[in-house]
Design a protein around this ligand. Structure first.
Ligand SMILES: [Zn+2]
Length: 414
């Protein structure tokens, strides 16, 4: 008996990650992600016994973090498949479903906690908290038959909360035979270090101070660390941050230190037209009532322009135009630049251009810089490093020590 592994997706691509582990005929999955390039109508569920039909040798799936490219296929797997995820991540996803309309995730069978080991059949699992652009993210140490595999999931060392990274470096898992480590940045052609969330906060605070009118800021609602950065930058610049109902709801569900919620000073809520319709159709008026004391209405925007940073999404372009909020505004894009190519984003840019609103990109990656990948390898000192979640495993192998690449769909001994 031994511990064997197969990367079903992720050995040479970012997104849609799925790793299967087997020991003594029993199996678990690490992540079950939706590929970023999945087309409407195709079935990207990997061909794994027990995902579509019942197979008792598949014991369940452990999810490192809430991003769809790591857990998005779970609702399409057979009902009742046991699942493990962080408690906060599960809460955030459950609240997000109302706004995104995505199919619900099942109730977790296992709740992941930092360095709280548990057993699943022959596998001993130890989650390690990591920092990522999704809250409540974990790396997973899996042990069976004396072999040890450490899968990082997605992580970075430059977020607002530096504790998980410091603890991981100070007390990493020992005697690891295979380190499955993400390498998103390597494939993006970056080297060395890059800017941190703290650097971004400084840049944003300066732009918020310099700009006389309304600032419109775009970022992902599920990136609550970025909410914290934008909020702190707005406070530093003496402005109030106004987020949409979706973001306010996720922040409240997270209940995480440092993540602002609508009760704190300097955070208010703007209910987008689309959100007001969703609430009305679902008759869940409590969602709006809860934020009522902190609400900002469209007719206030122009008058309070110089004191606000307003979270913006492409779907809001028309209502902001009708509210007369665009003349004199500045738009800040705090997401991956590539998303600006999307059709809704293109329309948004046309509306902004029509009103002379400049668009600036100020963003920081959710993934570890190459220097930090090297630091983790040095700390863990595994027998081998296996690339995952990278578009360029060849460059990865040329960049880091002890790398052995694997192919999607091939089995190997840990
Ligand atoms: Zn991620």
């Amino acid at each position: 008996m031994t511990l064997r592994a197969c990367i079903h997706r992720g050995a040479g691509q970012v997104g849609g990650t799925c790793v299967e582990l087997e020991s003594g005929g029993q199996r678990i999955l690490l992540d079950l992600g939706l590929p970023l390039d999945a087309e409407e109508g195709e079935d990207p569920l990997p061909n794994i016994a027990g995902l579509r039909g019942e197979d008792p040798s598949l014991l369940g799936v452990l999810v490192t973090h809430l991003h769809g490219d790591h857990c998005g296929l779970i609702p399409t797997a057979r009902p009742g498949l046991p699942m493990g995820i962080g408690a906060k991540a599960a809460r955030i996803l459950r609240e997000a479903e109302f706004f995104t309309g995505r199919p619900p995730l099942p109730e977790p069978t296992w709740t992941l906690g930092d360095r709280e080991s548990f057993e699943v059949g022959p596998f001993r699992i130890t989650p390690y908290q990591v920092e990522h652009s999704a809250l409540d993210a974990f790396a997973l140490l899996v042990e069976a038959e004396g072999r040890r595999l450490f899968y990082t999931g997605d992580f970075r060392a430059h977020g607002n909360d530096s504790d998980p990274w410091a603890r991981l470096l100070a007390d990493p898992p020992r005697d690891v035979h295979a380190l499955l480590m993400e390498g998103t940045q390597i494939a993006d052609g970056r080297e060395g270090e890059g800017p941190s969330e703290a650097d971004l906060r400084g840049t944003l605070a300066r732009r918020f101070r310099e700009w006389p009118g309304l600032v419109l800021a775009s970022w992902s609602s599920q990136n609550l660390d970025r909410l914290r950065t934008v909020y702190e930058a707005a406070r530093e610049a003496g402005r109030t941050l106004v987020v949409d109902l979706y973001t306010a709801t996720l922040a409240a569900a997270a209940g995480a230190p440092g993540v602002p919620v609508p009760e704190v000073d300097g955070l208010e809520v703007y209910c987008r037209r689309r959100e007001r319709i969703q609430v009305k159709e679902a008759k869940e008026f409590g969602r709006v009532r809860r934020v009522h004391p902190h609400r900002v209405f469209p007719e206030e925007l122009a008058a309070r322009a110089g004191e606000l940073v307003l979270m913006q999404r492409p779907s809001m372009a028309r209502e902001l135009e009708q509210a007369g909020a665009l003349p004199g505004a500045l738009a800040v894009w705090s997401m991956w630049r590539g998303y600006l190519e999307g059709p809704a984003e293109q329309r948004l840019q046309q509306v902004l251009a029509r009103h002379g609103v400049p668009l600036e990109v100020h963003h920081v990656s959710g993934h570890a810089y190459v220097t930090d990948l090297r630091r983790l390898v040095d700390a863990v000192r595994p027998v081998r490093v296996i690339p995952i979640h990278t578009g360029d495993p060849g460059k990865y192998a040329a960049t880091l020590p002890w790398v052995e690449t694997r192919q999607d769909g091939s089995w190997w001994d840990v």
